[in-house]
Design a protein around this ligand. Sequence first.
Ligand SMILES: Cc1cc2nc3c(=O)[nH]c(=O)nc-3n(C[C@H](O)[C@H](O)[C@H](O)COP(=O)(O)OP(=O)(O)OC[C@H]3O[C@@H](n4cnc5c(N)ncnc54)[C@H](O)[C@@H]3O)c2cc1C
Length: 309
Amino acid sequence: MSKYDVVVIGGGAAGLSAALLLSRARRTVLVVDSGTPRNGPAGHMQGFLSRDGLPPGELLAAGRREVKGYGGEFLDTSVTDIVRCGTAGFWVLTADGQRVLARRLLVATGLRDELPDIPGLADRWARDVLHCPYCHGYEVRDMQLGVLGGAPDTVRYAQIVRQWASDVVFFAPPGMLTAVQRSELVARAIGIVEGTVQRILVEEDHLRGVEMADGRTIRRAALFVPPRFVPNNRLLLGLGCDVDEAGWPAKDSTGQTSVRGLWVAGNLANPRAQVITAAGEGSAAAIAINADLVDGDVGDAVRAFNLGF
Ligand SMILES: Cc1cc2nc3c(=O)[nH]c(=O)nc-3n(C[C@H](O)[C@H](O)[C@H](O)COP(=O)(O)OP(=O)(O)OC[C@H]3O[C@@H](n4cnc5c(N)ncnc54)[C@H](O)[C@@H]3O)c2cc1C
């Protein structure tokens, strides 16, 4: 059995950033990672100062090298369960049968993007079916863009996408648009196509457009789709961590959850976090975790001193 000051679950930008800071703080750190970062399907990572355009895997590989350089360790597997171990911390159980003890835990397992069930959509994800204009908008600037409507806030989303192109079409499910929304879209020359989207049209490995249920074909070069964000919170729920009605964990500004000794960072608790934001949250959580460990060390030292050890 191995014991660590901190076990970090999830080795994306949030988890690796925390592991770097903690290993530099001379903490024993283990990162357990199952190897499916959210932006893994994307060819490039944009908007990370000094690393704009880098393939996502290269950032993570560099992060791992840096953590290992300070003595941080890695397990490439999934965590299946976390069990409290009294005041000592937590048992972390892995899919390959290992069991490690952690004084503190950082869970940074990210989120899942659930796409609408439209034939062809998922196959084009991160290529020409996109969700984040800040990640991909510049690369499809001035092209014929579409925005898949649905929830009321997708109208605002279309207005944001309009920042990158003048030819934008909003696909509105029947009966969705209010008069105000319609006039706002028209005011910025955003086309409105009402009806049900039947499937995505692809030719020669490029998105060519959208086929409507009534047979119309609308040519588009890229389609922005708002996914449903689902936090990968199973491990938190197992520990009785407080979450809101959608499953997002309650936390303070450092990522400390309702469970003593357990922190969260990145997309697991913040669906809006870009890579650089997730990394920053990991760093902030790491500083709070180290301070908490120091507090524990002080308490132990005072008790030992008073007992004459
Ligand atoms: C297609 C796409 C493109 C994007 N492009 C950009 C971009 O250009 N720029 C940008 O800033 N942002 C981009 N993003 C957002 C970016 O993906 C997130 O900001 C970032 O991944 C969040 O980092 P994270 O560490 O919180 O989570 P993740 O990067 O998702 O890392 C979570 C890690 O936890 C691991 N994990 C999950 N469960 C377990 C478990 N039980 N045990 C062990 N490990 C586990 C996963 O395997 C994964 O490696 C994009 C997102 C998508 C979907």
